[in-house]
Design a binder for this molecule. Structure first.
Ligand code: C5P
Length: 406
């Protein structure tokens, strides 16, 4: 269940109550599950626990003030509201619940609550008599009508000595409840490592050998994996593309750097997608100084680059491995041969003889091949093709024993 929190952005609102100490533990639980956490504290909350504690635990500055120009410049309340996938107020005091129910916007937390399109949840915490009060229950009913999830409260001994309903749920229960608000994707809880773009092989300090790969397909696959619930590491050669949301990007230049980065990232990963157009050869040695123009001809001495996808497939702890093949003739036959030779689980092959798809294009079409079958993905945008490919990867990986984590 907690795997559903991977890559999710949770805005934790902390209002004033003794249960605020449990928020510290909650932040840890959420982050352990892979969520990113930002914290908004009301002034009363800061009487119970310091912003510094929650800043250290969340790894992000804590937001406390609606009218602080410096904080607004760093990440304003509207940005914060847009950033979140879930706004959870824990603990939610009786006063805070009243203000959220009535749509007040006179502090940062209530303003963000109004300004967000994220999922909304509260974890009430208060004295049992306050919890039972008709006005509190009326406010709660209002929030319920607006699809606000209410986690708890639990019953038991209270800080004030009373016994009854009003204790905030424990951090582990709250983390589970948050996870329950998110759907399971086909790659939930999985770590996917992707190579993308070209590599550059230096000839001298100013020149290199490379190719026309744009990186678009690999970047689209990274975005599709995120959509499917995975954690993604994208090892990217030199390309001019923005990093897709929530993707961890590692920039490399040469094939040897790409191999080292891929080997490092793939330890413990579930899938490896080799989408990069790796240069097959590199100069035996890059010249220290710029090569001068003199003779009419110049011969380059090239050596073969390591085969990254084959190296990953040869690991004892190999993930599910997907390769790519760009062919101009006998497309499927050559790709099938590559599938076996490089010990891949799946290969996606492009017919690069077609001028309307491929390298620099925004569209693609491919035949996806695995040992027992194949499927044609008809021409579509790279984003659409990427989603279809990721669905196939998840299906085949599950068929070979990789189970989706709940
Ligand atoms: O052998 P060929 O270059 O056609 O194989 C293509 C596949 O192998 C792609 O998945 C590509 O990313 C991968 N590859 C690699 N390292 C290389 C060459 C290709 O990972 N040195």
């Amino acid at each position: 269940m907690l795997a559903r929190l991977a890559n999710k952005r949770i805005l934790l609102g902390v209002s004033g109550g003794i249960a605020a100490y449990k928020s510290a533990e909650l932040i840890r639980r959420l982050r352990d599950a892979g969520a990113e956490v930002r914290v908004v504290m009301t002034p009363a909350a800061q009487q119970f626990i310091t912003p510094l504690t929650l800043q250290a635990l969340s790894g992000n500055p804590v937001h406390t003030d609606l009218l602080d120009p410096a904080a607004e410049a760093a990440m304003g309340h509207i940005e914060l509201a847009r950033w979140a996938d879930l706004v959870l107020v824990a603990p939610a005091s009786a006063d805070c619940i009243a203000r959220l129910a009535q749509g007040m916007a006179n502090d940062l937390l209530s303003t963000v609550w109004l300004a967000t399109r994220a999922k909304l949840a509260i974890a009430p915490a208060m004295n049992q008599q306050m919890w039972a009060a008709p006005s509190l229950q009326a406010n709660l009913a209002l929030l319920g009508e607006r699809d606000v999830a209410v986690f708890g409260p639990a019953s038991g001994v209270q800080a004030c000595g009373d016994v009854g309903a009003g204790r905030m749920l424990e951090a582990v229960e709250l983390a589970d409840a948050c996870a329950g608000l998110f759907a399971t994707g086909t790659l939930t809880g999985r770590h996917v490592v992707i190579t993308a773009g070209p590599t550059r092989e230096a000839l001298d300090p100013v020149r290199y050998l490379s190719n026309h790969s744009s990186g678009k397909m690999g970047f689209a696959i990274a975005a599709a994996c995120i959509e499917a619930g995975a954690r993604v590491t994208l090892v990217a050669g030199p390309v001019n593309l923005p990093t897709p949301d929530r993707v961890t990007r590692v920039n490399v230049t040469s094939a040897e750097e790409m191999l080292a980065a891929a080997q490092q990232a793939v330890a413990g990963a579930d899938m490896f997608v080799a989408c990069a157009a790796v240069a097959d050869y590199r100069p035996r040695a890059a010249a220290d100084q710029k090569i001068k123009k003199s003779a009419d001809t110049l011969t380059l001495d090239l050596v073969k680059n390591p085969d990254i996808v084959a190296a990953i497939a040869a690991r004892a702890d190999r993930p599910f491995v997907v390769g790519f093949a760009a062919e101009t003739e006998k497309v499927v036959e050559h790709a099938r041969d590559k599938l076996v030779r490089k010990r891949l689980d799946m290969i996606a092959c492009n017919d690069v003889a077609r001028g309307d798809i491929g390298f620099q294009s925004d569209d693609n079409a491919m035949t996806v091949i695995w040992q027992e079958g194949e499927q044609v993905l008809e021409k579509a945008s790279k984003a659409v093709i990427a989603r279809q490919l990721v669905a196939l990867m998840a299906e085949r990986a599950a068929a070979t024993g990789l189970q989706v984590r709940k």
